[in-house]
Design a protein around this ligand. Structure first.
Ligand code: DC
Length: 207
């Protein structure tokens, strides 16, 4: 028996790149994964890559507030990223870091690491390699502006700060210290760093 041809919408999406940018907790991951599954595309969470590098820096006791120290070792972590939207995976040096990269320790440390240009250069190159000829939904902060500026579909997704904090706090259920107010304050602090850094700040693409 031959399988039926894919619906027209998935055939048309084969080489499509969908750029999904916006701040933390806006719902990018849920929307990106749902769209990727629906259109039978791959899915890439670039925030998870910055988190994985940050996890590695903390493991190796690198001072994340010293940009030169971070830059000096930025080519050492070996990332392996799986792009199945139903089951995205991420490993660093062979360790499955899907859970630890969501910890508050990594969340608190990731913005300064993501602001280091050497880290961005390495991760953007890897992201472009993974994007390849397309067929993928890519979520992050600089996808429509820097990583894939020619993406034919660009979405900038945001949401009310309290709703964003609520969503992030729900993800940290196991952490008794994570309150909505605290998470909202931490998100606000990260928004400032992510939007005001010199290297590829969070910004809506002009198109
Ligand atoms: O989306 P997230 O919260 O998992 O992102 C984690 C951090 O990585 C966040 O502080 C912003 C940064 N980031 C970035 O600078 N560029 C991207 N393309 C994706 C995330």
């Amino acid at each position: 028996m031959t399988s039926p041809p894919p619906p027209a919408e998935t055939a048309a999406a084969e080489n499509l790149v969908i750029a999904m940018d916006g701040p933390s907790g806006a719902g990018k991951s849920s929307v990106s994964r749902a769209v990727a599954i629906r259109l039978r595309l791959r899915y890439l969470d670039t925030g998870a890559m910055y988190r994985a590098v940050t996890w590695w820096m903390l493991e190796h006791r690198i001072d994340i507030h010293d940009p030169a120290a971070v830059a000096a070792v930025s080519d050492r972590p070996r990332l392996a990223v799986g792009t199945d939207p139903a089951e995205p995976t991420i490993q660093v040096d062979g360790h499955d870091v899907a859970a630890p990269i969501r910890s508050r320790a990594v969340s608190a440390a990731v913005s300064p690491v993501a602001a280091v240009p050497a880290v961005r250069t390495i991760l953007v190159a890897l992201q472009r390699e993974i994007i390849g000829t397309g067929g993928i939904v890519v979520e992050g902060r600089d996808i429509g502006t820097v990583v894939a500026p020619h993406a034919p579909v660009k979405v900038f997704l945001t949401a009310n700060p309290t709703i964003r904090a609520q969503r992030r706090t729900d993800e940290l259920r196991h952490d008794p210290d994570a309150t909505v107010a605290l998470t909202e304050a931490e998100l606000a602090r990260r928004d400032v760093i992510d939007s005001s850094r010199e290297a590829s700040p969070l910004a809506r693409a002009a198109d």
